[in-house]
Design a protein around this ligand. Structure first.
Ligand code: NAD
Ligand code: ZN
Ligand code: ZN
Length: 348
């Protein structure tokens, strides 16, 4: 089969590899019908993720069809249309039982293994460990182009942003960074009855998208960001301030937007230490949350996509086929100049 193989920083190739095959009785093999690229794949290609080594097939998001089933698999059969999420879970370790499969101990000490610790989904087929507890059946009224965004970005914005931030009816919410993850937080914040959702980004195209996705206000990031947001919230700041970029300065901005008693929900993946003004923050009674997505909200999100409450398909701005994998990466890497959000990649 063909797959996108990582060959060290800056090096990748769509090339022939051995077919994906069952290794454990709890595995299935899934033919990949739709995949996409995540910002994390770009981090890997920069050489930022040391655990990813030469020869690893990239990707941790897919919708596909089961083609082989291990002897111990009970819940899936050949031909089933399934969502392969970013997080794999054994379902039995302490963290899985606590509802926190992001830290599943069985699959490698962390739930994110595809395109990281084992071969991933940017391939014609993928081996899926612990299939019974990890895969989701895609309902007939949800398309592949919708389901693919439930593998990672939608649950991340929802779980690590909206749920961790504890958005409540009437709340004012700020989302710093309107990429796929920030936009996912914006899309799902309305479900909790936020009265005002303020999107903040440097990119005009993404701010327009944010308004389309349910933001009530868009603020172009700059010197007056904090003052602009405070002015939009009766001088008080927001109840929930969500960070979806991953830089020290954007976390500091996010922290400056919250009112006393509010929550700062950090989603961004940070590569360097951040100095927070604790001398100002301690007296504000604020909560700071952070974490790796668990993807446990997928069943809920699937229902809301099926019913039309979440227009997940709007995340996909560009479509490519497997043999255009390099073009797909180029467009995604230069998202701002290409008015791109997420790419949808299919076999043909
Ligand atoms: N916690 C998790 O489990 C988890 C999972 C997936 C992704 N992430 C992280 O979430 C973050 C967002 O992911 P994404 O895929 O949406 O990334 P992205 O790069 O597509 O989006 C980031 C957005 O931030 C904007 N931005 C850049 N500088 C800014 C600034 N100074 N002020 C305001 N906006 C600014 C960019 O224009 C862009 O629209 C990343 O850090 C990613 O690694 C976390
Ligand atoms: Zn990802
Ligand atoms: Zn587990």
């Amino acid at each position: 089969m063909k797959a996108l193989v990582y060959h060290g920083p800056g090096q990748k190739a769509w090339e022939d590899v051995p077919d994906a095959a069952i290794q454990e009785p709890t595995d299935v093999v899934v033919r990949v019908d739709t995949t996409t690229i995540c910002g994390t794949d770009l981090h890997i290609l920069h050489g930022d993720v040391a655990a990813v080594t030469d020869g690893r097939i990239l990707g941790h998001e897919a919708v596909g069809t089961v083609t082989e089933v291990g002897d111990a698999v009970k819940g899936f059969a050949v031909g089933d249309r399934v969502l392969v999420p970013a997080i794999t879970k054994c379902g039995r370790c302490e963290y899985c039982q606590r509802g926190m499969p992001s830290h599943c101990q069985t699959v490698g000490g962390i739930g994110w293994i595809f395109g990281h610790l084992i071969d991933g989904t940017q391939a014609e087929s993928v081996r899926v460990p612990y299939a019974d507890t990890s895969l989701y059946t895609v309902p007939g009224d949800v398309t592949n182009e919708q389901a693919i965004f439930l593998a990672d970005s939608l649950p991340t914005g929802y779980e690590v942003g909206v749920l961790a931030g504890q958005v409540r009816p009437g709340d004012t919410v700020a989302v710093v960074g309107a990429g796929a993850v920030g936009l996912s937080a914006i899309l799902t914040t309305g479900l909790w009855g936020a009265s005002k959702v303020i999107a903040i980004d440097t990119n005009k195209f993404r701010l327009d998208k944010a308004l389309e996705f349910g933001a009530t206000d868009a603020v172009e990031a700059g010197a007056s960001t904090v003052a602009d947001v405070i002015a939009l919230t009766d001088g008080l700041g927001v109840d929930v301030s969500i960070e979806a970029v991953g830089y020290p300065e954007t976390l500091l901005t996010t922290a400056s937007l919250v009112r006393p008693g509010g929550t700062i929900a950090n989603i961004g993946v940070h590569g360097v230490p951040v100095e927070l003004p604790m001398q100002e923050m301690w007296i504000q009674n604020v909560t700071l949350t952070m974490g790796l997505v668990d993807t446990v909200s997928i069943p809920t999100l699937l229902k809301m996509v099926a019913s039309g409450r979440i227009p997940a398909e709007k995340m996909g701005t560009h479509t490519f086929t497997f043999d255009q994998m390099d073009d797909a990466y180029d467009v995604f890497k230069n998202a701002a100049s290409n008015s791109a959000l997420k790419v949808v990649i299919t076999p043909a």
